[in-house]
Ligand binder design. Structure first.
Ligand SMILES: Cc1cc2nc3c(=O)[nH]c(=O)nc-3n(C[C@H](O)[C@H](O)[C@H](O)COP(=O)(O)O)c2cc1C
Length: 298
């Protein structure tokens, strides 16, 4: 009994300590979280970037001794006031007609591997690329560079790089399944169009931006943004009666980037030979999926 009366105040103290700890612990965690958040908002914070599309260039640059201080803070950038916007609104029958016409135009688009050497006005190419530059981009970073090559010698050097790599791709890297899948469209590593087409447009994604003060700027979703821009470019080419073949030369990016003297924050995404179709051009007789196979109404 005497022992119990001695232990009761001890137990009460222990109980109070346990309860006190349990009550204080979440607050502490909260404070730590707030502190972390505060730190995140501090100068060195780098926002989340599309992880799955992360690019090695960034890591390489960091390994090369670059610090977080090299990155621009979003609040260092200028404000952007809103202005009125009222685009053309069409009557429903006009909308219907325009949607049918646009579909008919783009449904004629084909990847052409036989391109005429006939010259194409440079202004048309400029306008088509201007159009591609209207694409949306993550946080309006416009992370694209379009390199337009018309110089004969440069085109030939590009062809040599692409064909050398493509031969290895077809013979070794791609594997039987990939090569068989391509058999139906009869492609191989010989790319005559790289010499013949009046223009080669090489589209680079800028994995990050570099401001005039030398600071780096995050280019959110740069690959998706540039891909959208390429889609618009294809539509713009179709609109003026020019042709191309979407090509993504495997393993050629670094060599072509160096050849074209592009900086390391740029990575080659696509190579488009552009011109009129050759008079004897052919295309594989592919069919497109019907609407019901690609649409889901909910
Ligand atoms: C991301 C992408 C990469 C492609 N890469 C190549 C390529 O390296 N070489 C090629 O001849 N065609 C390439 N193509 C073209 C496709 O083979 C072509 O779009 C497809 O066969 C459908 O034909 P169509 O464009 O005439 O509708 C590529 C297309 C896409 C979208």
């Amino acid at each position: 009994m005497a022992l119990l009366s001695v232990l009761t105040p001890v137990l009460a103290v222990v109980l109070c300590l346990v309860l006190g700890y349990m009550l204080l612990k979440p607050r502490e965690t909260e404070t730590t979280a707030r502190k972390t958040e505060g730190a995140s908002k501090s100068k060195n914070f780098r926002p989340w970037v599309d992880q799955d599309l992360q690019d090695d260039t960034e890591n390489t640059a960091r390994e090369g001794g670059k610090k977080d201080d090299d990155w621009v803070d979003s609040n260092e950038e200028e404000d952007c006031p809103h202005v009125p916007y009222s685009p053309t609104r069409y009557p429903v029958d006009t909308m219907l007609q325009r949607s049918e016409d646009f579909y008919a135009l783009l449904n004629q688009r084909r990847s052409l591997r036989f391109i005429s050497p006939e010259p194409v006005p440079r202004e048309v190419i400029d306008n088509v690329i201007r159009t591609a530059g209207t694409a949306p981009s993550g946080a309006h970073t416009e992370p694209w560079t379009f390199v337009v090559v018309s110089d004969l010698e440069m085109k030939h050097q590009i062809r040599q790089i692409v064909e050398a790599e493509e031969e290895v791709n077809y013979r070794q890297r791609m594997g039987d399944k990939w090569v068989n899948d391509l058999a139906k469209i009869s492609t191989n590593w010989i790319k005559e169009y790289l010499d013949v087409a009046p223009y080669l447009v090489l589209i680079f994604k800028q994995t990050y931006g570099i401001l005039p003060n030398g600071k780096k700027k995050t280019h959110y979703y740069n690959e998706i943004s540039v891909s959208i821009s390429c889609g618009i470019l294809l539509a713009a080419l179709q609109n003026v009666g020019l042709v191309t073949v979407t090509s993504t030369p495997l393993n050629c990016g670094p060599q072509l980037r160096v050849l074209l003297k592009r900086p390391t924050n740029e990575k080659l995404l696509m190579l488009l030979p552009v011109g009129y179709p050759a008079s004897d051009a052919t295309v594989p007789n592919l069919k497109r999926k019907p609407l019901d196979d690609i649409i889901v109404h909910i």
